[in-house]
Write a protein that binds this ligand. Structure first.
Ligand code: SAH
Ligand code: SF4
Ligand code: F3S
Length: 471
């Protein structure tokens, strides 16, 4: 059978990136191969994000373009199926079906394991929609990636360990689009990580909307927290770096702090969104913590290691935010000192409590606050990056860079670092002497001689046969 071609485009967070891979893996079983272009695709999936208005609107403009491609395919006598997945599908599934006749399938984030059936139904009945929250865990039904796929995706991989959110921040759609918080069992996660490690993955980022709220069933029948899980995963041969994202300041327990203290594989870089530095606004956001709670959370990490750096998310212009509230945010940023952060203008989202709040901050004011906050964050980020110059840092090498002869990797803080070297270093963590900084990229030289490879089996983390998939 001639393979059918699949084009998938993802917006939004890391969870969508991971889900996109799992959809590709599922459809591989149906004879689909990926294509980089829309034009020759038999199936196009838009994996959408609903978090802010701008993200959400992209769907409809993209669907306009896809209609042209679909008509063109029809003229050539081919059927092009269009599917909308992700959080807009969940939030506006029925509306998409009504508004956009070009769409054949709408599938919510918890139903991807039903994609093959939905496609079959669309072929038969014309269209198919599924936005239920099924009781079963989709990951239990989604087939794992094939070894060649894992290799092609490189040495760093996401693994979803927790989905959904029960926190209900008043501005946020996630609890509605992803449903209730569910943690995957430890055994399943370990299977996934082992499979990835066996095929060359060296770095795992555990992802969840509220990842440090993880409470999965452990192999011992007890409930495990993220700290315990990290400790276990660090023992898997081949895994040299562990990260996790996104954390909530209220769910930091001792096990997580101790993981940072004791486990070298746990990277000293924590994404810890705070949204605002004003207690009044934090309360209106239903964050259920104060700015001081957040400062104390940061201090707990720093007490076990001064090396830990932080990034965060901020919203400016939440309803009722005064200049004084905003000043409190700037003060918090100044006090914490971030390695980087994302900042967004508040966007009212349908169905969220904040959307009914009246005291809107004007667009001009939002623009102005966003610019001031970003300037402060940029200056912190650039100071943080500059501080690396002249030091020697560990870099996990990922792939050949655009410049011939250069290999690029990342530091513990996810800064890209480039060196001149052969591709055999891909997959290894090596010390690099940093000479300079070009925009956001560090340039340096390998420090010291390359480690000689140990006889096979004794040094699973630096296995030469596993290091070439970036090539
Ligand atoms: N689960 C994560 C983040 C979820 S969304 C957490 O709790 O931190 C990622 C970021 O988008 C949020 O941290 C927030 O800064 C931003 N965001 C979410 N809803 C938003 C909205 N309605 N308007 C503007 N920014 C928003
Ligand atoms: Fe959204 Fe808040 Fe849940 Fe994060 S914790 S996903 S911001 S509701
Ligand atoms: Fe967007 Fe959904 Fe992620 S709304 S940020 S894709 S969970």
């Amino acid at each position: 059978m001639k393979p059918r071609k699949l084009h998938i485009k993802s917006y939004g967070c890391q969870m969508n990136v991971y889900d996109a891979q799992r959809m590709v893996d599922t459809l591989a079983g149906e004879g689909f191969v990926e294509t980089a272009s829309v034009d020759d695709a038999d199936l196009v999936i838009l994996n959408t994000c609903h978090i802010r208005e701008k993200a959400s609107e992209k769907v409809y403009s993209e669907l306009g373009r896809l209609r042209v491609a679909k008509d063109e395919a029809a003229r050539e006598g081919r059927r092009m199926n269009i599917a909308v997945a992700g959080c807009v599908a969940q939030a506006e599934g029925r509306e998409i079906i009504n508004r956009a006749p070009v769409v054949d399938v709408v599938v919510g984030p918890q139903s991807y394991h039903h994609l093959p059936q939905l496609l079959a139904r669309a072929e038969k009945d014309g269209r198919a929609l599924e936005t239920e929250f099924p009781t079963e865990d989709k990951f239990a039904f989604l087939p794992p990636p094939k070894p060649d796929k894992i290799r092609a995706r490189g040495i760093s991989s996401f693994v979803t360990i927790q989905e959904g959110c029960d926190k209900f921040c008043t501005f946020c759609v996630v609890p509605y689009t992803r449903g209730a918080e569910v943690s995957r069992p430890v055994a399943k996660i370990v299977d996934d990580v082992k499979r990835l490690a066996d095929h060359g993955v060296r770095e795992i980022t555990l992802i969840g909307q509220n990842v440090n709220g993880y409470h999965g069933e452990g192999p011992d029948g007890r409930t495990w927290s993220l700290g315990t899980l990290l400790r276990y995963l660090a023992e898997i041969p081949g895994i040299v770096r562990l990260r996790y994202s996104t954390s909530h300041p209220r769910d930091i327990d001792e096990a997580l702090i101790e993981a940072h203290r004791d486990i070298p594989a746990v990277m000293p870089f924590v994404h810890l969104p705070v949204q605002s530095g004003s207690d009044r606004i934090l309360s209106a956001m239903n964050r259920k913590h104060t700015a001081d709670d957040y400062r104390r959370a940061v201090d707990r990490f720093r007490a076990v290691s001064q090396d830990i750096a932080f990034s965060s998310d901020f919203i400016v212009g939440f309803p009722g935010e005064t200049e004084e509230d905003f000043q409190a945010t700037l003060a918090l940023v100044t006090q914490i000192g971030y390695a980087g952060a994302y900042s967004f203008k508040y966007s009212p989202r349908p169905g969220t409590p904040a959307a009914d709040m009246q005291e809107m901050v004007s667009a001009d004011e939002m623009d102005e606050r966003l610019a001031r906050l970003q300037e402060l964050i940029d200056s912190q980020q650039s100071a943080f990056n500059k501080a690396a110059i002249g030091t020697t840092v560990d870099v996990l090498f990922e792939r050949a860079a655009r410049n011939p002869g250069q290999i690029v990797g990342r530091t513990a803080y996810l800064q890209p670092a480039h060196v001149m070297a052969g591709e055999s270093i891909i997959g290894q963590v090596l010390p690099v002497r940093i000479d300079s900084l070009e925009r956001y990229s560090l340039l340096g030289e390998l420090a010291g001689p390359l480690p000689t490879l140990a006889p096979s089996g004794t040094q699973p983390s630096i296995n030469s046969s596993e290091t070439r998939m970036g090539a």
